[in-house]
Every structure is written in C-alpha cells, then in structure tokens.
Design a protein around this ligand. Sequence first.
Ligand code: ADP
Length: 366
Amino acid sequence: MSQSHVSAAKEQVIDLLRPVVEPETGQGMVDLGLVKDVVQQNGSTVISIEMLSPLSPHQEKIERQIRAALTPAVDLGDVQIDWSFRVRSSGTGRSDAQPIKGVKNAVAVASGKGGVGKSTVAVNIATALAKGGASVGLLDADVYGPSIPLMMGAHGRPLMREQRIVPLEAYGVKLMSIGFILDPEKALIWRGPLVAQLITQFLNDVDWGELDYLIVDLPPGTGDVQLTLAQKIPISGAVIVTTPQEVALADALKGLKMFEEVKTPVLGIIENMSGFICPSCNETHHIFSSGGGMRIAMENGVELLGQIPIEPGIVTGGDTGKPAVLADPDSATAQAFTHAAARVAGRLSVEAIKKPRKPMIMFRSV
Ligand code: ADP
C-alpha cells in the first residue's frame, strides 16, 4: 500500500470517528486527541486509543461507538483497538499554588472526623491506581496518627539523595510518611501554620519523580491544622470519606465546606462502612444506617464516588500491611475500592480537560 493511500485511509477513519464521545468528559475522542494512530496492515486495521485515566470503565462503551462509526468504511478488514492511557495534569485548582514538581495530580483524602476509614481508603485508592498501571505516590500527612507505613507494610527510614528525600516503595506505590520525620507526640502541640509549613517544605523535599497521582492522607477534622494544610498543599481535588450515620455526615459536610472555602474542587464523597455483607446469608445489613453518603453528595452537587462495605478482612489487611485490593481482589470491598479509584481518576480527567489546551494537529499529511 502506498504512503498516500495509508494517509488517506487514516484521515477517512479519523473523520468517521469524530462523533465518538469520551463518556467522562462528554467531548469528542478525536477533538481530545485520544485517537493516536490508525495502522493498516495485512488487511486489518489497528486503532490506537489513549484513555485519559487508568481503570476506565468506559472502554466497552467507546469500542461500541467506534465499531458503529466505522461500519460505513468497507475496506478496513478486521478492526482491532490498542488501548493505552496517559494521565493529564489537572493542576492545583487554585491559580496561586505551584504544583508539586513532577506530580500531575495531588488528591487530598480527608474526613470530618477520625475513625471513618480515611487512611484505609487512601491506601486502597493509591494501590488500586498503581495496580491499574499509573505511577502513584502516597503521602501520609496525618501528623497526629500516621498509620500508612503500617497499612502498606513499609518499614525503614527513607534515604537522602542529592539532598532530597527518597520515598520508600510498597506495592508499586512511592511512600512517604510524616511519621518518618516528626514525632507525633510532639506534633500534637504544634499549631496549624507550623505543621503546614513543615509539611509543604517536606513535600517539596521529597524526590517523587514523575507521578500521575499523589494521594495525600490528611489529618482528620476541619480545624486550624487541616484548613492550613488544605490551603498550603497544592491539591488538585479532595475526596471526603464518611460513614453513613448522621453524626459522621455532619462532619463530612464541614470537610466539604472547608475545601470549597479554599477553592479546591471536591471530587466527591466515599461512604465507608456502608453496610455489612453477612458472610453466611450474603445479605447486606446497614449497621450504620444507609443512604447518607448519597444524600450529602446530591445536596452538595458532588459525586458519590463509592460505597465500601464493612469487611473484617480490611482490618486484618490493614494490620498485616497488605491493602484489601491486593489481599483479596475479588472481595466486594476490593471491587468497591477499585471502582472508587477509577471514579477519582475519572473526575480528575474532567478537571484536567477543563484547563485550556494547546491546539492539536493530527494525522495531517503534507
Ligand atoms: P481513619 O484514618 O479515618 O482514622 P482508619 O483507616 O485508620 O481510619 O480505619 C480505622 C479502623 O477501621 C481500622 O482498623 C481499619 O482497618 C478499619 N476499617 C476501615 N474501613 C473498614 C471497612 N470498610 N470494613 C472494616 N473495617 C474497616
């Protein structure tokens, strides 16, 4: 096949694919520059599609649209789709904050109060994204109770390289804990601005390398420390973790308002301990009431990113240092965590697309 024939075929395919919509953003796949290549070889056609995030649930939908759009093209032969993804940066949500070097998206995981499973959610989201192929870091900024090293089974002290801190690594996730440098007992008496100053300094001193996502486990609550951290850490979006009962929801609402105040997009709410699936009868029992996460999400115009059931294995996984998404990937909780991680990534891709982009010229032969 001649070169000009190949280009013509590409252009024809690209034109046919213009109506195909990327479901997360509602924009055209071609306009977004996600149709990377069209190669015809030995009577078949390979279309390279670059998704905006890992773990995307939309591949099937996109493939169906592609196949329908290509039906009028007679000579494409067998059509195959080659999937990849490339995470875009969604910045910091605020124009005055400099993003952390090398970090495309920093996600704060916050809760209005302690004990709702915030760290468990942070660990499992980070691990699920890494398992999905993304480059991920996890920062334990919970000055008053750093538990992430234990939950990730990571021990030891970080090393220094060229005057920067080298993060530890567990399950493909780069890991730093404020507990490595601060004595939590001493931190308890520090005031917010001092803690925040230390953490932001610390963040920039860590050699994260290139990260698609940095998950930041914030201390629980909405006090002085949390507010200053929310202001100082250049966050792309926040995830609020709550349990379904009313008292927890009232605190979650405070968390939501705190991020609104500092002009940081709230990506959504994760309702943890959302029903207990009885291992003998397989029925869901709503120990802590039900529907609260959905209500607060709807009332505040944010997404309910996931509902994670109670499962005794989570406690064991947390204590033995293996997150649920790896320890028992087929469990209902692991699947709920993976779904929530996909939603976080999806929401971030929408934030990234909102940013002005350079015009893209594709497949034009000269
Ligand atoms: P927080 O960071 O909000 O203080 P943690 O993540 O430390 O909360 O969780 C508190 C405890 O609850 C831990 O022992 C953890 O293993 C357990 N836990 C968290 N989520 C679940 C869940 N969905 N099912 C069962 N236990 C859970």
